[in-house]
Design a protein around this ligand. Structure first.
Ligand SMILES: [Zn+2]
Length: 289
């Protein structure tokens, strides 16, 4: 009898664990649009990074594409609740899957735009060396078809959107989407809050360039609200703090390298979470020596 109860309890526990993990996998909230100001919205929830929507006089511009059909369908449906204007443009802030995999679920007449290096990075082999999914000819229509080098303006009737490139950092093709009338900029993954900055070395990303790039952004644009792929909306001070934190980390790692510490020894001083950024910075400093 005792054994039976124990068996039942173990089975119950297994069932509980299975149902909890199933619930966690299932828990994707539907896409919603959160008003920033005057026809400008953040795209939140769904599968993939946060993006943006700007409703113009005669068309709509979307910033980043989520990553599956369901989330794109929800995005398009939410936009349809606000305006009858067609989606004219989709800007990819960079080439990571959580920002671009949804491109293929937008109507084919939507014009996809990115910085020119971003387009090239669609075709960079994955981290494991296997070829990019974008090599598939069936997806050719959903790779950015218009690219810019340093700066480009898009007019939605009287409303203006500016696309800026300030240099490499997170990858080599990160665009800033700036809406001057709203003093709001979308940075993609050029900013993270509460977790370490991602630097994709395999796409040419570099933390020292990232600092210079964000500094140029602060010097150039008049922004009050900074939106990004995986954080809340922040102000200028948060970007300055982020730059300071990365520079402090770079200096600390440099001093440890000067003391002949190995990569493993240096990593052991940081959390598991930080180890990828620590390794990128270590490799960047080593490459300069
Ligand atoms: Zn992302």
């Amino acid at each position: 009898m005792k054994k039976n109860i124990k068996t039942i309890l173990i089975s119950f526990n297994i069932l509980l664990c299975v149902s909890i993990s199933f619930a966690q996998q299932q828990e994707v909230k539907p896409v919603r649009l959160s008003l920033i100001s005057n026809g400008l919205y953040e795209i939140l929830d769904g599968r993939g990074a946060n993006g943006g929507v700007y409703i113009g006089d005669n068309g709509v511009l979307v910033i980043d594409a989520k990553m599956d059909k369901e989330s794109v369908d929800q995005t398009i449906a939410e936009i349809g609740k606000i305006t009858d204007n067609p989606i004219k443009y989709l800007v990819n802030t960079h080439s990571d899957g959580d920002h671009v995999n949804g491109n293929q679920y937008f109507p084919e007449d939507v014009i996809i735009i990115s910085q020119e290096n971003c387009r090239k990075e669609f075709f960079v082999p994955k981290r494991d060396g296997s070829s990019s999914d974008w090599e598939n000819p069936a997806l050719a229509a959903f790779v950015p078809e218009i690219t810019f080098r340093d700066q480009m303006d898009i007019y939605l009737g009287s409303k203006k959107v500016e696309l800026w490139y300030f240099g490499a950092g997170h990858t080599t093709g990160d665009a800033v989407v700036y809406i001057p009338s709203e003093k709001t900029a979308f940075l993609g993954d050029q900013f993270f809050e509460g977790r370490p900055q991602l630097i994709h070395s395999y796409k040419g990303g570099n933390s020292f360039e990232h600092v210079k790039t964000l500094t140029r952004l602060l010097e150039t644009l008049d922004v009050e609200k900074y939106c990004s792929g995986h954080s809340e909306i922040v102000n200028r001070q948060a970007i300055t703090d982020h730059i300071d934190q990365i520079q402090e980390l770079q200096q600390k790692i440099k001093s440890l390298i000067d003391k002949n510490k190995s990569l493993d020894e240096i990593k052991s001083e940081y959390t598991e979470n930080e180890s990828r950024l620590v390794e990128s910075i270590y490799n960047e400093i080593k490459a300069l020596l």
